[in-house]
Write a protein of this length. Structure first.
Length: 275
């Protein structure tokens, strides 16, 4: 069985408060045409193998991530029953870029296991595997809120983007800790979110984590400044380090574009998510 899980970008990210010690968010997210491909088969022995896209800056997986994958699989087995499986993961979504690269393999494995078992994992189980997991399991254009378990499907809006990914990555936990240090209060931006749902334009997108990410990784701000010089209107996705710019519908852009030194730039499209 082969499952594709598409990456995501945050068109809006509003930090709204905390619940159970975790940050609550109000976001608009959409799938993009970068994807991980997960091949999962029944096997006599359990096995996980990674294959990396040659343009992916991260070309290895550390032991902690293998542990995270195994914990997700074990959690599924405990709730829905065990299978002996072999897994091959072809990585096309970078890690540490705010594009869902860490969540995508988990989503693909759980989705494949769920199809094998004929079950539909509930939102709280998915949330237990990661805050991005409930949204990425659904995919498409969605409003995502609370801890990540509230996912509201929105009407699909096709778009082209320039996606630029600095080589250095950002740790999501560190980004939120930095956000807490520099922000005294959270400002609700419900109206701004609703404006984006009504019409997606470069002018009305925002991300509350940008200032925190700039402090942790100067390459993000440098990339955004360089893109602005070249006429783009960049915004950061998630906790970084990827930034994206909305392109006019008639703009043609090569699949790979050398915009800035040490930055991988790609033309991608927003997708209406389908298995």
């Amino acid at each position: 069985m082969v499952i594709r899980v598409y990456g995501k970008i945050n068109l809006a990210l509003n930090v709204t408060g905390k619940m159970q010690g975790l940050h609550t968010l109000d976001m608009v997210e959409t799938s993009i045409s970068l994807y991980d491909e997960i091949e999962l088969n029944k096997s006599e022995e359990s096995h996980i193998e990674f294959i990396f896209d040659e343009n992916n800056f991260v070309q290895e997986v550390n032991d902690d991530y293998y542990v995270k994958l195994c914990q997700a699989i074990s959690s599924f087995y405990a709730k829905y029953g065990k299978e002996t499986i072999s897994i091959k993961i072809k990585k096309g979504i970078p890690f540490g870029a705010g594009l869902g690269g860490g969540s995508a393999p988990i989503v693909g494995i759980i989705k494949a296991l769920a199809l094998m078992k004929g079950v539909e994992p509930d939102k709280w189980f998915l949330l237990s595997l990661g805050s991005d997991v409930p949204y990425m399991y659904e995919g498409g254009l969605c409003r995502v809120s609370s801890l990540g378990q509230v996912v509201e499907k929105l009407e699909y809006k096709p778009m082209k983007l320039l996606l630029s990914i600095p080589e250095s990555i950002i740790d999501t936990k560190e980004c939120f800790l930095t956000y807490d240090k520099i922000n005294i209060e959270n400002i609700l931006k419900t109206r701004e979110i609703e404006n984006i749902i009504e019409e997606i334009t470069s002018e009305n997108l925002f991300n509350d984590l940008e200032s925190s990410a700039f402090l942790l990784n100067e390459e993000i701000e440098k990339t955004m400044l360089e893109l602005r010089k070249r006429g783009f209107s960049p915004h950061m996705s998630g906790s970084g380090s990827a930034v994206f710019s909305i392109l006019e519908p008639d703009v043609e852009i090569d699949e790979e574009v050398d915009i800035i030194c040490d930055t991988m730039s790609k033309g991608v499209e927003i997708l209406d998510y389908k298995i």
